[in-house]
Design a protein around this ligand. Structure first.
Ligand code: ADP
Ligand code: MG
Ligand code: ZN
Length: 492
């Protein structure tokens, strides 16, 4: 059913479960390294491979990072809590259980405010707990990469035991048609917080941040409906699309008199739709119980308070401050946040560019190029210092906008620094002598327009300036050309 129509009959409820791999040096319960992309099964030991007799010891840095996340999300920090065993079989989990937390999470009852369309939505946080990641199975030989149809499977345990934080929201209500955007904005805000805390590299393409997206629908005034859980959604765009797609699918089913099955679902990037996974097991199926191999965690209150006192300026507070400093609207700030441009603009200003110019290039030309190549702004092959240098060249009159764009293009193409690109490509604004020659030519070629201007129709000068830009192949300073033309035609 079309999204708008679905929202006329139903109210959506959302729930987001976010997994964040922590960037600690070593794993959660052993001393193994945690680097991404190392040869398979080279970062393993008897503990994370679950050899008989090997015992886990909790990683203090991971506990500290989790508490900092909890504090940044306005949570209460448990004074005493335990790890629990979550029992199930999967080949990428050597112990046959995952060490997680169940009824005693390290952090609980917080919130995160997110802004969408000028409105603030308070997303309540149920819990933030610490667990270990599983290994990675690769199914070889099939067409889809899934186990069905594969010839064989191989397992890499390098990831097994990497500390993983799970952040679970309470049901999010009252978002209406903004549900997809609220889900996305929550994800983005959460990533910004992780970045500011420096606890994870939050690389969604490498799975160090991933979302499970719960959606249900109910008729106004009725109890919440049955939810589905779309697993392992790994881009913000997909978070948004999976919410939208699930609302459309569920609304259709419900309006046809059908029922929603509580199940996990897979999201498909190509179609923006979901297909069923497994029907949902209950918590009791996992036979959770406190892990007898690990001591309880009892963070000292004074330590927690010192962590609270040393939290960095959080993204939302920082954005409010920068909005004042840069003099931008809430809407512009929201666009910059969504484009991942805030830190880049800030760094460009720090490198000497005026705020308006820094914003203009990152949100204009560079955003367009990032979009075209499907990369994040931060991953473009250009630094804030490069952009600052380009704005400087424009401000000094050495480049005009068009030449500046060519300079940016050269930098992105790996041709060197701004100055190197300018030299190599001969990006140079026409000098006064050259410009005078070009103007003479243009006035001769466009006698009609020139006559109009001379007789007082100053607006006609635009066409002449355009002709100058064309003849100079973009190398003229348009403002200066306008001045010179008017001077020549005796209008000023
Ligand atoms: P599970 O282990 O089944 O994934 P969790 O408690 O970890 O369960 O997470 C369930 C998520 O779904 C939470 O974010 C919760 O707030 C959310 N949720 C619960 N009920 C509903 C509902 N009716 N509609 C949408 N989301 C819901
Ligand atoms: Mg869950
Ligand atoms: Zn290990």
């Amino acid at each position: 059913m079309a999204f708008d129509k679905a929202l006329q009959s139903f109210e959506p409820v959302l729930g987001l479960e976010t997994h964040v791999e922590l960037g600690t040096e070593s794993k959660m319960f052993c001393g193994c390294a945690t680097g991404f992309g190392e040869p398979p099964n080279t970062q393993v030991c008897p503990t994370c491979l679950a050899f008989p007799g090997a015992l886990p010891v909790a990683n203090e840095a991971a506990i500290e990072a989790t508490i900092r996340i909890g504090l940044a999300l306005n949570c209460s920090i448990a004074e005493w809590c335990r790890f629990a065993r979550k029992n199930y079989f999967y080949p990428d989990m050597p112990k046959n259980y995952q060490i997680s937390q169940y009824d005693e999470p390290l952090c609980s009852d917080g919130y995160l405010d997110v802004e969408v369309g000028g409105r603030t939505f308070r997303v309540e946080i149920e819990r933030v707990h610490l667990e270990e990641d599983t290994g990675k199975s690769t199914h070889v030989g099939g067409a889809t990469g899934r186990i069905h149809g594969a010839d064989y499977s191989i397992v890499d345990y390098n990831r097994a035991g990497i500390p993983l934080v799970e952040i679970v929201t309470k049901p999010i209500t009252g978002t209406g048609e903004l549900a997809p955007e609220v889900a996305k904005a929550y994800g983005i805000e959460l990533r910004e917080i992780m970045r500011s805390l420096g606890v994870s590299d939050v690389r969604m393409d490498q799975g160090s941040m991933r979302f499970d997206v719960n959606v249900s629908l109910n008729k106004p005034g009725e109890p919440w409906g049955t939810r589905t859980e779309t697993k392992n959604v790994n881009s913000f765009r997909s978070v948004e699309r999976s919410v939208r797609g699930e609302i459309e699918r569920q609304a259709y089913l419900l309006s046809e008199g059908g029922k929603i099955t509580q199940e996990t679902r897979h999201f498909h990037e190509d179609t923006g739709t979901t297909t069923p996974g497994r029907s949902k097991e209950e918590a009791q199926d996992y036979r959770y119980f406190p892990d007898p191999d690990l001591v309880p965690i009892a963070p000292d209150v004074a330590w927690v308070e010192s962590l609270r006192a040393s939290l960095p300026e959080l993204p939302r507070v920082k954005r409010l401050r920068l909005r004042e400093e840069w003099g931008v609207s809430e809407h512009d700030m929201e666009s910059m946040t969504n484009a991942g441009a805030v830190d880049l603009v800030e760094a460009t200003i720090a490198a000497g560019a005026p705020a308006a110019d820094a914003r203009k290039w990152w949100m204009g030309e560079l955003a367009r190029r990032a979009n075209e190549s499907g990369t994040a702004l931060a991953d473009l092959a250009i630094t804030p210092a490069d952009v600052a240098r380009v704005t400087e060249l424009v401000a000094s009159g050495a480049l005009n906008d068009k030449l500046a764009r060519a300079a940016l293009e050269g930098i992105l193409a790996g041709e060197g620094t701004a100055d190197e690109v300018v030299a190599k490509r001969g990006l140079q604004i026409a000098d006064e002598g050259e410009l005078a020659g070009i103007i003479e030519q243009v006035l001769a070629d466009n006698a009609d327009a020139a006559e109009k201007v001379r007789s007082g129709k100053v607006a006609a000068v635009g066409a002449l300036v355009g002709a100058v830009m064309k003849l100079s192949r973009g190398k003229a300073d348009a403002g200066r050309a306008r001045e010179l033309i008017l001077e020549k035609l005796g209008v000023s």
